[in-house]
Structure formats: structure tokens, C-alpha cells
Design a protein around this ligand. Structure first.
Ligand code: ATP
Ligand code: NCN
Length: 224
């Protein structure tokens, strides 16, 4: 863990990466709750271009980013970071974190993921290196208990903290599991509902719902 020789808490920057196909209230509510827990004034939504571990979505990265932009209108805390869209490479988080760290050398960089992502973290590129550049902040997710394979258990054994203040006294190196509302919403469930022409009005922001309907998104059989 990187220790900072300072009494002053570091400013926190929260980044929340995702395929966001589409972004929904499960993402947005937990992002707000995490920002409250960490006393942060913003959450940067980071839609990926080519997801490293999923089939390429039928909906373009630009459209997924546009839906994130519309979701940002819900709360001034939400900011859109479209950097991963500007690269033709798959969006490996380690590469993005190196960039972010170089841009914010004096911030405590927090990368937010859901519990399902933590469970498979050892499939990510250079996964052991991720906490060299950031803290991992893990949101609880309905349907995904805190059960891990041996690799992830070992990572937690050496990096987990139970004290959120550690995230501001260290620049990186911690994994913090946050209790959040466990909203059983998933993008795949939403895509299936649109495909069957079912109502999704209360699962995502109104403007995102309107955009999807207006652009006839998710009308074909889901192949993600
Ligand atoms: N309901 C939720 N509660 C907590 N975290 C979530 C929730 N939905 C997604 N996440 C987290 O948000 C990040 C981005 O998720 P993603 O865009 O893949 O959404 P998803 O709903 O899991 O999509 P899909 O159903 O297509 O796999 C991931 O780290 C995931 O764990
Ligand atoms: O770097 C990797 O190898 C890697 C593998 C899987 C997922 N990720 C990132 O994890 C975040 C959540 O991904 P997803 O596809 O579950 O929405 C998103 O920012 C992805 O780019 C990153």
C-alpha cells in the first residue's frame, strides 16, 4: 500500500467503469451510495469501448456513452469520462488506471466495481497490479454473495480494509467492500425486456428509456 506522509486527507476521485449497455438505476443508485460513504463530490462514469471479456455489444460505444451522458443529468455528482472511447484497443482497466494515475498523482484514485466483477477479478489483465494504481471499491450486488475463489481470497487477505478513512490516507492499495442497496437490476435483463417490448420505465432514467425507444435499441435478439 502506498502511504502518504501527510495528516491531510487526500481528495478522492471515484471512477466507475462499465459496458453500460444500457446504464440503469442499479449502477446509478450504488454509485451515489458509494460517493456518500466516501464523502466524494463526484463519480466519473467510464463507459468502455470494446469490453475485454464480453462479446462486442450491438449498441455502439457512442450510443452507450450518450445514455451515460443522459444519466448524468440525474445528479450533479455524475460526470462522464469518455476516454476509453477514444482508443481502438479493448478497454483494459490497467491501462486506463495508469493514465488516470499520471493525471491525478495526488489523489486517492478509487475504481468502483460491483461484487460480480470482484468475483472474476483474477481474469482481468494484470489483475495483481490493479491496486498499485487505485483502491478498489466494491458495491454489494443482489444475487452475488461475497464468495471468492482462492486468488481473490488471497488478494483480499492482503489488501482488504474495513476502514473507509484508509482510502484517503493512502493513494492506492486498498480493497473496500461497501454495503449498498442490493438492487436486482441488470443490463441483460433490461435488454431482454426491450426485446420483448416490455416496460422498463422504472429500471433506468426516463431520458435513457426515451433514447432507447426513439433509436429502436435492443429490438433484436441479445447476443451479449
Ligand atoms: N445492480 C447492480 N448493483 C451493483 N453493481 C452493479 C449492478 N449492475 C452492475 N453493476 C456493476 O457495474 C459495473 C458495470 O456493469 P455492467 O455495465 O456490465 O452492467 P450489468 O448490469 O452487470 O450488465 P450485464 O447484465 O450486461 O452483464 C460492473 O462492475 C458491475 O458489477
Ligand atoms: O482489464 C480487464 O481485463 C477487464 C476485464 C473485465 C472488465 N473490465 C472492466 O470492468 C468494468 C466493468 O465491466 P463490465 O463489462 O462488467 O461492465 C469495465 O470498466 C471494464 O472495462 C476490465
Amino acid at each position: 500500500m502506498t502511504l502518504i506522509n501527510s495528516e491531510q486527507p487526500l481528495p478522492i476521485a471515484i471512477y466507475f467503469g462499465g459496458t453500460f449497455n444500457p446504464i440503469h438505476h442499479g449502477h446509478l443508485q450504488v454509485a451515489l451510495e458509494v460517493s456518500e460513504t466516501l464523502n466524494a463530490d463526484s463519480v466519473h462514469l467510464l463507459p468502455n469501448y470494446l469490453p475485454p471479456h464480453k462479446a462486442s455489444p450491438d449498441v455502439s460505444a457512442q450510443q452507450r456513452a450518450k445514455m451515460c451522458e443522459l444519466a448524468c443529468l440525474l445528479d450533479p455528482k455524475f460526470k462522464l469520462d469518455s476516454r476509453e472511447l477514444n482508443s481502438a484497443e479493448p478497454s483494459y482497466t490497467i491501462a486506463t488506471l495508469k493514465q488516470l494515475k499520471a493525471e491525478h498523482p495526488n489523489r486517492a484514485l478509487c475504481f468502483m466495481i460491483g461484487m460480480d466483477s470482484l468475483q472474476t477479478l483474477d481474469t482481468w489483465r494484470n489483475w495483481r497490479q490493479l491496486t498499485k494504481y487505485c483502491h478498489l471499491v466494491v458495491a454489494a450486488r443482489g444475487g452475488y454473495p461475497a464468495q471468492f475463489n482462492e486468488n481473490v481470497r488471497q488478494l483480499l487477505a492482503s489488501n482488504q480494509t474495513f476502514n473507509p478513512q484508509d482510502l484517503q490516507t493512502k493513494q492506492s492499495g486498498c480493497i473496500y467492500l461497501v454495503e449498498t442497496s442490493e438492487l436486482m437490476i441488470s443490463a441483460s435483463q433490461i435488454r431482454q425486456r426491450y426485446q420483448k417490448q416490455q416496460n422498463c420505465r422504472c429500471l433506468l432514467p426516463d431520458k435513457v428509456n426515451d433514447y432507447i425507444i426513439q433509436h429502436h435499441l435492443y429490438t433484436h435478439v441479445d447476443r451479449a
